[in-house]
Design a protein around this ligand. Sequence first.
Ligand code: ADP
Ligand code: ZN
Length: 207
Amino acid sequence: MNIVLLGAPGAGKGTQASKISEKYNLLHISTGDIFRANIKGGTEIGKLAKSFIDAGKLVPDEVTCDIVKDRLTWDDAKSGYMLDGFPRNLYQAQELDKFAKIDLCLNIEVDESLLMDRICGRRVCQCGESYHVSRLNGKTTCAKCGKELYRRADDNPQTVKSRLDTYNTQTAPLVDYYKAQGKLKTVDGGKGSIDDIFAEICKILNK
Ligand code: ADP
Ligand code: ZN
């Protein structure tokens, strides 16, 4: 099964994606993670992407689409995957339909008023786990792998505001795009615990 995960920054896409990928053995492809790895590695793509990411804007479509198109040709993508952070606008969604067959779009919906605090309080680990400061009780390391947690460079109020604007104007229309294709399933990502939300997602995926 090939899945697109849709949701605003802070909706919990990454958190749920790692749970889904573990339980259903689905490859998790996050364009944000790919860009961050490139920035860390100092590649040309990383250099280009950084200025857009820091400004809370989208990295240009040609670059992003090429990365995903290539990634989907790898052997490990043959038995299904979950795209997290792609597509992010109508053009990317239309391009994706040219090189992939998407079965389901899982839309994690969260009231916008919750997002700023969620993102600015987020602490992440290299291994992909993320936490909220309010639940860390002063701990600074990852419960899963023990590494030191850090704050993403783009998780600051100014960039977040811009990321939310970008989401509302460019990404939110994809809800209708996938609805029109009969592929949309929406879960409430603002109510209940991480596990409650995951249970809702499992109900959808088990069908
Ligand atoms: P979040 O969903 O929390 O905003 P991501 O890790 O998915 O975080 O993305 C971080 C940044 O990477 C985005 O703000 C954007 O600049 C860039 N990015 C990620 N995916 C895409 C994409 N599909 N198209 C263009 N830019 C992207
Ligand atoms: Zn970790």
